[in-house]
Structures are given as structure tokens and as C-alpha cells.
Write a protein that binds this ligand. Sequence first.
Ligand SMILES: C[S@@+](CC[C@H](N)C(=O)[O-])C[C@H]1O[C@@H](n2cnc3c(N)ncnc32)[C@H](O)[C@@H]1O
Length: 226
Amino acid sequence: MQASSAEVTSNQSGLHPRLARTVLRHLSHPNLSPLAPHNQSAWDTLLPLLQTDGRPLVLDSFCGTGMSTAQLALRHPQHLVIGVDKSGHRLQRHLRNADANYLLLQAECEPLWRQLASAGMRVDHHYLLYPNPWPKSRHLRRRIHGHPGFRDLLALGGLVELRSNWPLYVEEFGVAMHLAGVRGAIRQLPAAPALTRFEDKYRRSGQVLWQYQGRIGYSDHLDTRN
Ligand SMILES: C[S@@+](CC[C@H](N)C(=O)[O-])C[C@H]1O[C@@H](n2cnc3c(N)ncnc32)[C@H](O)[C@@H]1O
């Protein structure tokens, strides 16, 4: 599948009217959906590695072809860097960088976050680079911040970085983080060589790109767990 460079169009003109209600409900209720067999098998691959590799973690969620994962591994040589994407097709198109040490995993991110959080794992850096925007208003729950898995992302902690070509997505994400007690900042992404394939496409088509960064402190985020 080609990465689309089209600007996002949406039937939403501002923050989703049910954003706060949805986020707060998810923060106070654990996500109890069963683990699908393909995600269980990804977890079965990852768990023994986590048990033997003592390095702190960097997660590259929604990594696509893993272009960013390879670059992040070079940026974080002391970390175990893991790229996760549900698309085997995208992952198969990965061009491995022999100088970098990282793992690519085919799985859905949200159940994997839950497994990691339940196992008491924490991450130092969590990259969320150009997740699918799900621009239709009725798809709020498919966005990272509208998904029940948002609570597990928070539990993993770390410096969270989200990038998107849809400013409203980044704004909603920032509001959701704020509701969870995490203070962050949004800015235009400064010019730099592309970290991902989609970033490259968007830049080439002249789009403005947006970045959220916020650090989840283990003590300062609102813990609404039961
Ligand atoms: C717009 S692409 C961005 C890929 C890459 N980060 C980039 O910037 O080139 C979004 C990616 O998210 C993946 N994806 C969508 N939902 C997912 C989920 N729940 N869990 C894991 N991957 C998912 C898709 O397969 C796709 O590769």
C-alpha cells in the first residue's frame, strides 16, 4: 500500500465533543478485552527477551515499515528498541540497518501496551509517529487517546512523542494527556531529515507537521485506577 500524502479532511472542526468523557471513562476502567491469538504470540516472542535483556525500553508504536525504528536504535544505543506494527505487509518492506540493534514485532499496539504494563514494564521513550488519524468523528475510539488502551500507554510512562499531519489529532492527544495529569507541549515539527516514510511523504507534499512531547512522571499522572 502506498503512503498517502493527502491532507487530512474531517467532519470535525474542533475537539471531539465526547473527548473528555471518553478519556475519563477509559482512565477509570481497565481494558478487559481478551488477547487475540496473534497478539499473544507476539507477546510470547517478546517476554523471554524482556526477561533476559536488562536494557531500558524504547517503543516505536505504529512503526509501519520500521524506518523510524532503525533510526531510533542508532539514537538510543543503550536501549532495547522495539518497533510494533500490525501490518505484516509493511514490516516485510523493512530495510534492515546492519549497524543498528532493534526488534520489529507484528502485533496490535494497544494489547501489547497492556501486556507490558501488566508485566510491570516501563519505557524511557515512547514514539507514536503518524498513527492512522481516523478523521471521522464517529471513529474517536480508534484514535490513540480515545481508545481504552490509552490507560495502558500512560502506565508505561516515559517521554511520549506523537507526530501527525493533522493538528486536531495532536491537540486532542494533548488534551487527553492533560486530563491524565501529564503536562506536555505541542509545536510544529522543526525541519530535519525524515524519521519515517510517512513523514517523508508529507514533507515532500509541503504539509505542516505537528509534534506533541510530554513526560509521564510516575508520580504526577492522575492515577484513576480502581
Ligand atoms: C499512517 S501509518 C504510519 C507508519 C509509520 N509510523 C510512518 O510514519 O511511516 C500507520 C501505521 O499504523 C499501523 N497500525 C494501525 N493501527 C494499528 C494498531 N492498532 N496496532 C499496530 N499498528 C497499527 C498501520 O499498519 C500503519 O503501518
